[in-house]
Design a binder for this molecule. Structure first.
Ligand code: GLU
Length: 436
């Protein structure tokens, strides 16, 4: 390329960017992972509690199915491989008692992409609780939708309260809206009881709000008791899930939306846009996903042990941090903790820490523990919250060992042996705040 041509393309930064994209950086989860990897490459010791990636391997029967289908090379239908759609419809019937047909299923390259398509195609505000996963709001910004943050309180376990929802919806009853409810929750680790789900469903129905139920951590409910809100608001709920978390296959990029038949117009519109953008999801991965969604005794055993390991780490870590004076919920599912260091504000002030961003930064510098600040999840900057993804350990070894341990809770010795980096990270945090 000639110098003049090169210069013509190198305009002042951002000048020709879509206004909604100007100033947008890499997603917080991706950025912290890149930074952690870079630091490790330069010889620093980093415990990676930033990116929420499953520590466990993909279940062997699913890997085997991928091997068997590596030769599948043709484009598949945009909405997904028919056998996979059937397996997913069976899965929601079997797991949740929600009747859906294969036509109600849309397969995509990760549920993240499907969420983006939804926001693009559906015209309405995005209603999300604070705190919420880092990408919902930026996706809304990219497509130019208004974000309505719904504050939650520490005292109510960071859960959406039906009366707050009611107040928001009643302020403009006819406004089209998407409400995203995610549970077991990223970043807090909490989940909802049956009566709470029913109450939220009732408000959503009263205002005819489109409910996106992000159940990507559903199978990682620590005691295996996840219930879909689609049971209580079937006509307005889209269930979102995928292979990333419960099948340990984040990098495979496979997500699914399960629509109610009442929303077929929306599913069709999303499929049309998908056909003009990514065409279809990777064929071999879809064939392998059939095995995951059909399930088997081996996959159930894998999930049982994965839950035991996560439950033990989550409970131990939460208790240890509580003893150090930090406020946090005992997680009920997934692999996140959302500690609030506000009770230690005076002490942290002495370290020059007065925002969650400074808290994450100083923690990484002083202890090598990489975590994300609460502000990335929509919390006020001065609130001293952090998200810890307790995933930096050898999940394969932990699963194998858990299978040889009698059923029931896994003890401290197990954790010190198989989740040592997490135990060390938590002890480092406790030590760090103690010596502030
Ligand atoms: N959902 C994961 C997280 O919150 C990682 C994947 C992503 O953000 O794209 O860390």
């Amino acid at each position: 390329m000639s110098r003049t041509v090169a210069r013509r393309f190198r305009r002042p930064p951002g000048k020709h960017l879509n206004l909604n994209v100007r100033g947008l950086g890499d997603s917080a989860t991706i950025a912290i992972n890149d930074l952690s990897n870079q630091l490790r490459t330069h010889g620093h010791r980093v415990i990676k509690l930033g990116l929420g990636q499953s520590p466990f391997p993909v279940p062997e029967p699913v890997v085997e199915a991928l091997r068997q289908h590596a030769h599948e090379k043709d484009y598949l239908p945009t909405a997904g491989l028919p056998e996979l759609k059937e397996a997913v419809a069976d899965y929601v019937r079997r797991k949740h008692g929600v009747e859906r047909s294969p036509e109600d299923v849309l397969v995509g390259p990760g549920s993240k992409e499907l969420m983006f398509l939804l926001q693009l195609v559906f015209y309405g505000d995005l209603v999300i609780p604070s705190p919420s996963w880092v990408s919902y709001a930026p996706q809304a910004r990219i497509v130019g939708r208004l974000v309505q943050w719904l504050p939650t309180r520490r005292e109510s376990g960071w859960k959406v309260q039906p009366e707050d929802l009611e107040a928001l919806f009643a302020s403009d009853e006819e406004r089209p809206r998407i409400l995203i409810l995610n549970y077991p929750n990223n970043p807090t680790g909490v989940t909802y009881r049956l009566d709470e789900l029913k109450a939220i469903a009732e408000v959503a129905r009263r205002y005819r709000v489109l409910l996106l139920s992000d159940e990507i951590y559903g199978e990682l409910h620590h005691t295996g008791h996840h219930v879909s809100i689609a049971r209580f608001y079937p006509e307005g709920t889209i269930i979102s899930t995928g292979l990333s978390k419960w099948a340990g296959a984040g990098g495979w990029r496979l997500g699914v939306f399960i629509f109610p038949p009442t929303l077929d117009w929306l599913r069709k519109a999303m499929t049309a846009v998908a056909s003009e953008t990514y065409t279809s999801t990777s064929a071999p991965i879809q064939y392998a996903a059939v095995t995951a969604f059909r399930g088997s005794d081996e996959i159930e055993a894998y999930l049982r042990h994965a839950r035991r390991v996560l439950r033990a780490i989550g409970r131990w870590s939460a208790r240890r941090l509580r003893e150090a004076g930090v406020y946090l919920e005992i997680p009920a599912g997934g692999f996140y903790l959302f500690p609030d260091f506000s009770p230690l504000r005076d002490r942290l002030m002495r370290k020059g820490v007065y925002t969650s961003e400074l808290l994450a930064k100083r923690l990484l510098e002083d202890t090598g523990v990489a975590a994300l600040p609460g502000s990335d999840f929509g919390r006020p900057p001065e609130e001293l919250t952090l998200r810890l993804a307790y995933v930096d350990f050898d999940g394969e070894a932990a699963l194998r060992a858990a299978a040889t341990h009698p059923s029931g809770a896994l003890n401290g010795t197990f954790l010190k042996t198989y989740a040592a980096p997490i135990v060390n990270a938590i002890e480092s945090i406790v030590d760090w705040v103690k010596h502030a």
